[in-house]
Design a protein around this ligand. Structure first.
Ligand code: FES
Length: 267
């Protein structure tokens, strides 16, 4: 029996990176992993990984690096949940190029496939899904243990400060997902996760000054911290949240074009 070439994957690729749009923890992550498993099952690739553009891990550069560490010399990136957002996909291909250039050594080739949202087979899959769903049972009250939502959702957490951490695509590609986890661990270590003197941290979409990312804003002072790294987060938690002093090295003023370079180690 002659082996049939794959219908959509280019010959010569040894790694595939499925690139989702938003964080895929929990059930959404299982969906991405199931798609990756389908590609793995072809047995044609050295490695098949997943990455995301916004709000979580792994970022596109982290996914490309993981493929490289697995020995890949040619990586195919497939944007999965982008619909027809070509400008975002175009920017992500630039981020991949930048990653390749900044590695500073000969690395793998990176190829960007068209987004799955533009693939003609998607329309057929939708028609089939609609048809399959016609025989599903209606949603009923006895499908749920309770119709009430948890009482804790009616309580604004007591807090002294509120941190909005950017998880937009530019900050994510610079490691904002890993930094957010680092922030939580540092807050936990300093016993600042709960209580009236605590810090309530939340993720946001793009906060605007993408070139200065990763960014976060701290209220009630309204301090913008930019060019964040793990070391910067440690200082901000220790010196600002515990000690009450703004860390000027990472604080930027709203309303002016800031030419200061992003601190070493933050990219
Ligand atoms: S993506 Fe973070 S400021 Fe735009």
């Amino acid at each position: 029996m002659t082996e049939q070439p794959g219908p959509t994957l280019s010959a010569g690729m040894d790694a595939v990176l499925l690139l989702g749009r938003y964080g895929h923890q929990g059930a959404a992550g299982e969906g991405m992993e199931a798609l990756a498993e389908t590609v793995r099952a072809t047995g044609r690739y050295l490695t098949v990984r997943t990455a995301i553009a916004e709000r979580g891990l792994a970022s596109l550069p982290e996914g490309l690096e993981a493929c490289t560490q697995a020995g890949a010399r040619k990586i195919l990136v497939i944007p999965v949940f982008f619909g027809r957002d070509r400008s975002m996909v175009h920017w992500l291909s630039k981020a991949a190029y930048r990653w390749s250039r900044e590695r500073g050594e000969p690395g793998p080739e990176v190829v960007f496939a068209g987004a799955i949202g533009e693939h003609p087979a998607l329309g057929e899959a939708m028609v089939r899904a609609v048809s399959d769903a016609e025989s599903e049972a209606s949603v009923r009250a006895d499908d749920f243990e309770s119709l009430e939502d948890p009482p804790a959702w009616s309580v604004i957490p007591p807090q002294e400060r509120h941190v909005l951490a950017c998880m937009g695509p530019r900050c994510t590609s610079r490691g904002a997902g890993s930094l957010y986890i680092h922030l939580w661990k540092r807050l936990q270590k300093r016993e600042l996760l709960r209580g009236r003197s605590g810090v309530h941290a939340a993720q946001t979409g793009c906060l605007s000054p993408c070139n200065l990312g990763p960014t976060m804003v701290v209220y009630p002072e309204g301090i913008w911290y930019c060019g964040l790294s793990a070391a910067a987060i440690d200082r901000i938690v220790d010196e600002h949240f515990v000690g009450g002093r703004v860390v000027e090295e990472y604080a930027r003023e709203p309303g002016r074009h800031d030419e200061r370079p992003v601190p070493e180690g933050a990219r």
